[in-house]
Design a protein around this ligand. Structure first.
Ligand SMILES: C[S@@+](CC[C@H](N)C(=O)[O-])C[C@H]1O[C@@H](n2cnc3c(N)ncnc32)[C@H](O)[C@@H]1O
Length: 429
């Protein structure tokens, strides 16, 4: 099948059905064997999501009335994306995209007219897009306002970083191989990479590569994980004999890192509400040859899953807006709504309150989100501390992020990391 058509169909699942791009691409790519075609389809889909709000504005300028047919709209966006952002020759971009619409003759003519119209009026349309903030920054208005409200000085930089392609970061399993040794193995394969000074397990690759090309991936020597996410395990101050709870654990990146960091834990209990995501935790544990107690359940309903024994450490990597990982999941800009934030905040609060009693006196709970919104981060912790007289905030002395009123915030793109938030809470003995 035509690669542009496959990309447009995947994008249409996102635009029309609200499916995540990851899920839409997973099924769209099932029948595509050529690595080159897969890469092209992925580049189109990620690119269109990254630049969606700008492309959509340009499209609206070229149309008399909005397109109702989402498959055709997605194909028009795929065409415009190639013309503005890809090194595809314009005549090839137009003719191949028009060809992809061949099953709908009306759409074929429309796409042809739209793309040719864009080529004629490109300068005027792009200049107009530059004057409108949502189009220039390619973000929805509500999100720009929210980011500006929380981070007036950093907002422009955050918007820019959200539209960058993130680097590929690896976590070396230090229980199995040293980072220097693994860097040597990469270099022998001709893969350029650097160690991250402030995170002992982390490596950043010069260019992303497929995991099948990484030495020792199948054997569990390394995992793919952003550097910000690799900071969690260190903040837990794990010791041999600890019983640890990872309360929103899937797909299991941080749970596996906890076990790699401290192989002599008494037990790691990993809880997640989503059974299919929990299967991914199980697969990861198997690949890394690690073992944990996996429980599918609602973290906020203790009677569903808790065995009555306390934990020395709790990681609560809370469900959140994920606004810190937009560069990895640009479809978040299309799918997230302003009204999603409050229910997420309430869910985070419920889980925080529910699991706090499970921590031993003297224990540590690490609260984490991949969000940059104060509502989900420092304001959440502020409210929690006000309601729990047995909780104190423990300091995070680090060469990354910055201290807010509570916890430590990493801004998207800072030191090449995703946007992330950590707060350490200690329970008074
Ligand atoms: C940010 S992700 C966790 C990522 C994970 N810690 C890792 O490092 O791979 C949040 C997880 O919370 C889970 N979740 C959402 N609501 C939950 C609830 N009420 N109880 C337990 N898990 C929940 C989601 O299924 C999702 O897997």
């Amino acid at each position: 099948m035509n690669t542009r058509l496959i990309a447009a169909r995947a994008l249409s699942r996102v635009l029309q059905d609200g499916q995540s791009l990851t899920a839409a691409l997973e099924s769209a790519l099932q029948t595509v064997e050529s690595g080159k075609d897969r890469a092209f389809i992925q580049a189109l889909c990620y690119g269109v999501c990254r630049t969606y709000h700008r492309l959509d504005f340009v499209l609206s300028e070229l149309l008399d009335k909005p397109l109702k047919d989402m498959d055709v709209k997605a194909l028009a966006l795929v065409g415009l994306y190639q013309l503005k952002y890809m090194r595809v020759k314009p005549h090839a971009a137009v003719s191949e995209t028009v060809l992809a619409a061949r099953k709908k003759p009306w759409a074929k003519a429309l796409i042809n007219a739209l793309l040719r119209g864009y080529l004629r009026e490109q300068d005027r349309l792009e200049q107009k897009a530059d004057t409108l903030q949502f189009a220039a920054a390619s973000h929805p208005d509500w999100l720009i306002k929210k980011i500006e409200l929380d981070w007036p000085l950093q907002a422009q930089q955050i918007l820019l970083e959200n539209n960058q392609q993130p680097p590929m970061a690896l976590r070396v399993n230090l229980a199995r191989i040293s980072r220097d040794q693994y860097l040597q193995e990469l270099s022998e394969q001709g893969i350029e990479a650097v160690a991250v000074s402030f995170c002992p397990s982390a490596i950043i690759l010069d260019k992303p590569v497929g995991v099948d090309l990484l030495p020792g991936f199948t054997e569990g020597l390394i995992s793919v994980q952003d550097v910000a996410a690799q900071l969690a395990a260190g903040l837990l101050a794990l010791q041999a004999g600890h019983r640890v709870l990872d309360v929103c654990a899937a797909p299991g990146g941080k749970a596996a890192h906890i076990l790699e960091c401290q192989p002599q834990l008494k037990e790691l209990v990993a809880v997640d509400i989503d059974a299919s995501r929990m299967q991914r935790v199980s697969d990861t544990m198997q690949r890394l040859k690690l073992s944990a107690t996996l429980v599918v359940g609602n973290a906020a309903n203790l009677q569903d899953w808790w065995d009555g024994q306390l934990f020395d450490r709790i990681l609560l990597d809370a469900p959140c807006s994920a606004l810190g990982v937009i560069r990895r999941h640009p479809d978040i800009k299309l799918l997230r709504r302003a009204e999603d934030i409050k229910p997420l905040q309430a869910l985070q609060k419920n889980i925080l309150h529910a699991v706090w009693p499970l921590l031993v006196p003297g224990g540590i709970m690490l609260y984490a989100t991949c969000s940059i919104l104060k509502q989900e981060n420092e304001q959440q912790i502020d409210a929690f501390l006000a309601e729990h007289s047995d909780a104190v905030e423990l300091p995070i002395d680090a060469a990354w992020g910055f201290a807010g009123s509570h916890g430590r915030q990493i801004m998207t793109g800072e030191l090449a990391m995703d946007g992330f938030y950590y707060a350490r809470l200690g329970k008074l003995p």
